[in-house]
Design a protein around this ligand. Sequence first.
Ligand SMILES: Cc1cc2nc3c(=O)[nH]c(=O)nc-3n(C[C@H](O)[C@H](O)[C@H](O)COP(=O)(O)OP(=O)(O)OC[C@H]3O[C@@H](n4cnc5c(N)ncnc54)[C@H](O)[C@@H]3O)c2cc1C
Length: 304
Amino acid sequence: MLSRTALLKLADSPRVEKFVKKNGMSSGFARRFIAGETMEETVQPIIAINGKGMTATLDYLGENVYKKEEAIASVDYYRILFPYISQQKLDSNVSLKLTQLGLDIDYSLALDNMKAILDLAATYDQFVRIDMEGSPYTDSTLKLFAELWQERKNVGTVIQSYLHRSERDVLQLIEMGARVRLVKGAYNEPETIAFPAKVDVDSNFVNLMKILLEKGNYPAIATHDPEMIRQTKEFANSRGIPASNYEFQMLYGIRRDLQEKLVSEGHRVRIYVPFGTQWYGYTMRRLAERPANVWFVLKNLIRN
Ligand SMILES: Cc1cc2nc3c(=O)[nH]c(=O)nc-3n(C[C@H](O)[C@H](O)[C@H](O)COP(=O)(O)OP(=O)(O)OC[C@H]3O[C@@H](n4cnc5c(N)ncnc54)[C@H](O)[C@@H]3O)c2cc1C
């Protein structure tokens, strides 16, 4: 079976992407993880999520654009998306990636695009989460976030527990009063900067979770790992931290049983709902997290 590293390498292969995209959506390859290819297709899944007592964060898929026009086109998309969320009365905010807004082309292009998006979001009383990408972007993402934060507060970001540096970053973000989503991390990172062993990634996740729950501003604990969730609940209980001070987040299509169980226990749960045609990289990262899913996908491709 394919390894996590091999799958993450395939995530960057345009040739495999072309093949999979030709066969993908129709065969159900991406359907497991992607709510739809258009915002209209995504409305029903979000209504269903809201109906189960959960909120959502919509991710209009796209990353690593290398043309300025594409980055501008992404900004234009949010001019339609924010009013649409409001018209459809969806209980959902937005998550996005800076490389979709031109971070690979020019830092100030991405910064200006983010400012435009946050100003637009503010008119709809909306919050925008900047996802954290691979380590070549960690510094620039945090720098850009800090610049935005000076003037705009409807924005948050993400910290990955697999990086050695993350405790320092979390403490800085807490000092600023910023909202942090804590995740384990989804990219291929060298051992020089990231913990290679799951046990260390998990232990750092628990360490950062505790810091965020005690001192952070409405942190999001984003994981499907029952042990991470158990430890979060136990820590919150032991410190008398109310469930309204933080939220759990999970990805669309993963561990629905756990999502619903948390809601039934009185916890806040937000589902990350990706949509759009640029689903290849996102879907491959989900497969890499659980290579057993590859078999499910191959069966669909063979059937097609
Ligand atoms: C809301 C949200 C936002 C995220 N944003 C980012 C981000 O901005 N940057 C970033 O680097 N990463 C992000 N991630 C991904 C994250 O870094 C992990 O790669 C991912 O959540 C898997 O780790 P885990 O905590 O669920 O634990 P794991 O130890 O990987 O998994 C625990 C259990 O969860 C289930 N599970 C996990 N993944 C899958 C899957 N793909 N398919 C089926 N079952 C699965 C399995 O039962 C598994 O045993 C995000 C995750 C979530 C939930």
